[in-house]
Design a protein around this ligand. Sequence first.
Ligand SMILES: *[C@@H]1O[C@H](CO)[C@@H](O)[C@H](O)[C@H]1NC(C)=O
Ligand SMILES: *[C@@H]1O[C@H](CO)[C@@H](O)[C@H](O)[C@H]1NC(C)=O
Ligand SMILES: *[C@@H]1O[C@H](CO)[C@@H](O)[C@H](O)[C@H]1NC(C)=O
Ligand SMILES: *[C@@H]1O[C@H](CO)[C@@H](O)[C@H](O)[C@H]1NC(C)=O
Ligand SMILES: *[C@@H]1O[C@H](CO)[C@@H](O)[C@H](O)[C@H]1NC(C)=O
Ligand SMILES: *[C@@H]1O[C@H](CO)[C@@H](O)[C@H](O)[C@H]1NC(C)=O
Ligand SMILES: *[C@@H]1O[C@H](CO)[C@@H](O)[C@H](O)[C@H]1NC(C)=O
Ligand SMILES: *[C@@H]1O[C@H](CO)[C@@H](O)[C@H](O)[C@H]1NC(C)=O
Ligand SMILES: *[C@@H]1O[C@H](CO)[C@@H](O)[C@H](O)[C@H]1NC(C)=O
Ligand SMILES: *[C@@H]1O[C@H](CO)[C@@H](O)[C@H](O)[C@H]1NC(C)=O
Length: 846
Amino acid sequence: MDSTPTRIPIGAILLLLLFLRHPYLSIADTIYRPVDLFSINCGSSTNLSTPDGRNWTGDTNFLSQSHNSVAATPLTPSTQQPPYTSARLSHSQFTYSFSLSAGPKFLRLFFYSSSYPTFDRPKAYFSVKANQYTLLQHFNASINADADDNHDDTLFREYCINLNNGDEELNITFTPSTTDSYAFINGIEIVSMPPYLYYTNSNVDTGLLPQLVGGSATYTIQNYSALQTMYRLRAGDAEIPSSSDTGMLRTWDVDNKYVTSQSVESLDIATGIKLRFTNKTPNYTAPDQVYRSVRSMGRNGTINTRFNLTWQFPIDYGFLYLLRLHFCELNPKVHNPGDLRFYIFIQDQMAEEWGDVLLWSDKQKGVPVARDYVVQIPTNHNKPNLSLKMHPHPLSLIQDATVNGIELFKINGSAGNLAGPNPDLPPQIPNVPLQSSKKKSGGTVAAVAGGVVSGVVLISAIVALILIKRKKGSNKKDGGVKSSLPTNLCRHFSIAEIRAATNNFDDLFLVGVGGFGNVYKGYIDDDSTRVAVKRLKPGSRQGVQEFMNEIEMLSQLRHLHLVSLIGYCYENNEMILVYDFMDRGTLRDHLYDTDNPPLSWKERLQICIGAARGLHYLHTGANHMIIHRDVKSSNILLDEKLVSKVSDFGLSRIGPTGSSVTHVSTQVKGSIGYLDPEYYLRQRLTEKSDVYSFGVVLLEVLSGRQPLIRTVEKQQVSLVDWAKKLYEKGSVGEIVDPALTGQIAAQCLSKFCEVALSCLHEDGTQRPSMKDVVGILEFILQLQDSVVNGVNVSGGNYMDTDDMFSTSHSSVYASDYSNSSGLNTTSNHSHVSKESDRLMPDNVLS
Ligand SMILES: *[C@@H]1O[C@H](CO)[C@@H](O)[C@H](O)[C@H]1NC(C)=O
Ligand SMILES: *[C@@H]1O[C@H](CO)[C@@H](O)[C@H](O)[C@H]1NC(C)=O
Ligand SMILES: *[C@@H]1O[C@H](CO)[C@@H](O)[C@H](O)[C@H]1NC(C)=O
Ligand SMILES: *[C@@H]1O[C@H](CO)[C@@H](O)[C@H](O)[C@H]1NC(C)=O
Ligand SMILES: *[C@@H]1O[C@H](CO)[C@@H](O)[C@H](O)[C@H]1NC(C)=O
Ligand SMILES: *[C@@H]1O[C@H](CO)[C@@H](O)[C@H](O)[C@H]1NC(C)=O
Ligand SMILES: *[C@@H]1O[C@H](CO)[C@@H](O)[C@H](O)[C@H]1NC(C)=O
Ligand SMILES: *[C@@H]1O[C@H](CO)[C@@H](O)[C@H](O)[C@H]1NC(C)=O
Ligand SMILES: *[C@@H]1O[C@H](CO)[C@@H](O)[C@H](O)[C@H]1NC(C)=O
Ligand SMILES: *[C@@H]1O[C@H](CO)[C@@H](O)[C@H](O)[C@H]1NC(C)=O
């Protein structure tokens, strides 16, 4: 292993950091002292301080005279701090005015999307202008809050605006968009920044000006431009709070939500090296911590040449963007320029052919540098992503690429506009009647689906729908966190035992990476037993709840088709679960984006039957009905004999218990692509939501593709929609995994599709129970066996396609069967499976 003593995975030293009360966490705001600093708690008249280092004052002194606004507190008070505890609201225009000094300012807006007395949540619909700049246009607060992935209904926007000499007043105007809508605001913050932090100093040499991507020109951020902060990120797994910024109260979020390739994050604890800031990169540019943690490709040089270190950032189209990358060379193996050299691609265009941090920092280690790029995102896409990719230069001594921090800003367009569209409504809810009972869905579904035109599937869009939630105070209903762990039910491990088992969480033992944390292979009991060690990300409150939940659920359940929990470790802030090791990994790893050989049709059927039995047991076998809530192919594990086991009970809930109750209301959780539409639209959780997700798994198994692929043509983006359409047309053969050619008897195909699509029925009550699903799948397996044995087979298991389909009495056609290629899955050859689509706030640090 070529790890170096000073660069180790962040997780491994978090404990150490907690112990030492790390010195970086409190370098005060003394680096930069803002001339203007206003933190306004709108709708309040008291002054108070919050732990994030802010001193809030009331808003009345700043409100212009003629207004009809009212101050109110939210009807659903959140657990949030001020400024989210009070708001200023109005059905007519109102303005705040601030007298400031000249120069650039941060303007921050804080919203808490809730209902307020006489102001309904969905009716907040308004525009916000600051002097000549339009910050928000017809802004639908509720839909933005629902789409936001912080899941707590708060919205935060940050802008940079420059005030010219003689024009040192900032007017912020809120205007409702329609007669029955209203405008509101919970908090406003204005903080001065150094003149050339983001605005270009035209006196500097052109080498430091922002580079226009896709040409050799430079771009100047003029002082009449306004910017909107889209992302401010650091490599590392904990955000840097506003109180630890260099004095401007900026928050530095973690970048790992946006990393779409393999990568590692590590912390340079080369504390001996003091960072040396320069005139080019002054000490207020970013906090020390940003430069001390770094994201890189991994440890293995050979593997690194095969992929790009990649980030994807959802943005609005039709604007110029300023991308700032922060670097600092602290790697002890780098001695000379050229030792670590890389390419940078932005929007797949070469932005840097000679990326070399040591060169940029005048051959000095520990000198932070920031590089700026400007890129145009044209208007011809729907909600696009801005991509950043890095790749080692072939001549580089060390085959790697690194970055420490990323900031991304939108630059105002014509007439000072910065506003983008509201998030898209979700993709069309399937309305296809599948069975003879052609009952249309209820009014709510139709109404939501009615307005939908866009077929483009985006995370934000789906999240928008999912988060129609009323989570306030629902924790108790929601399954509950027990304060004590069941020590008698399963084994307790010490952290020392776990470290020994995994060679101190060695990357070489890593077998999976997910939103929750990492999974390692480990050896216990004198290396006699192999186990899977799931290490949850520390510090997350969400995590604690799921951790307890999983232990509680699993320690009470034993079944051949449920993964077995061996024990747990809950020590020093570590939350670790220890399971039986499953040799063959996840079902997903055998279906697509994989180097594993394809599973045969019979193997697939047996795996589905096993998983269905596991779910059936969950639904009916234990004392209470248990609803898994996160059924998907990556939660079905396979042992060495391909026996399937349902895993990951972090989200599971005890189902309805009283006889009068038919469902549980809960905050919607689950994974994109597998969520029951009835559940996320109505928040009605029943065991039939698992049946729906299992239907998606059946289609994955049949097609060998993932449920959502955003890069294929529109009709094929959603596997479920596509399958339903093909089934209606009678050409469901098109969907079959090419690797299964000739293996599926026609009746089996048709029965299999029938059961899959019946699981996917919109109306939960029309879906079969898991018991029925087990029965039908077993029948299909028998049918397959009998057909195979009854037909004159030439060439082993493989059968001639036409023969297979000619026996069909169903409406399944074979015609398009053979050319079902062209599935444009983006393959990821990493040896660890990345699971980024789970709808969990990965980084909820309290
Ligand atoms: C930041 O840099 C300025 C200018 O070089 C210097 O005067 C100041 O002391 C530095 N502040 C800290 C906290 O290092
Ligand atoms: C609140 O703070 C502002 C600004 O610091 C100050 O002018 C005002 O007197 C304070 N009000 C109260 C009630 O303390
Ligand atoms: C808030 O007030 C406290 C006490 O007056 C002060 O020490 C601190 O610097 C203030 N914070 C900010 C961000 O101004
Ligand atoms: C702000 O509003 C005041 C009062 O309406 C007006 O006199 C002033 O010109 C405005 N300032 C700017 C910069 O728009
Ligand atoms: C804003 O979004 C909500 C959904 O959160 C919707 O009910 C409402 O109609 C939207 N308002 C407008 C004016 O589009
Ligand atoms: C903005 O730039 C113009 C010319 O480039 C200059 O005259 C003006 O003083 C600048 N304003 C500020 C506040 O720096
Ligand atoms: C867009 O970015 C998001 C967030 O990084 C990512 O999950 C998604 O896969 C990206 N989409 C595409 C098409 O790259
Ligand atoms: C590095 O990659 C090579 C080629 O893929 C592989 O043979 C080797 O085992 C890898 N080494 C480590 C330490 O992962
Ligand atoms: C990295 O991204 C660039 C730009 O899109 C592309 O040309 C190149 O082929 C990619 N390299 C790898 C190994 O994927
Ligand atoms: C940004 O807004 C200013 C002020 O309205 C305008 O002069 C400038 O042209 C705008 N920038 C772009 C790129 O359109």
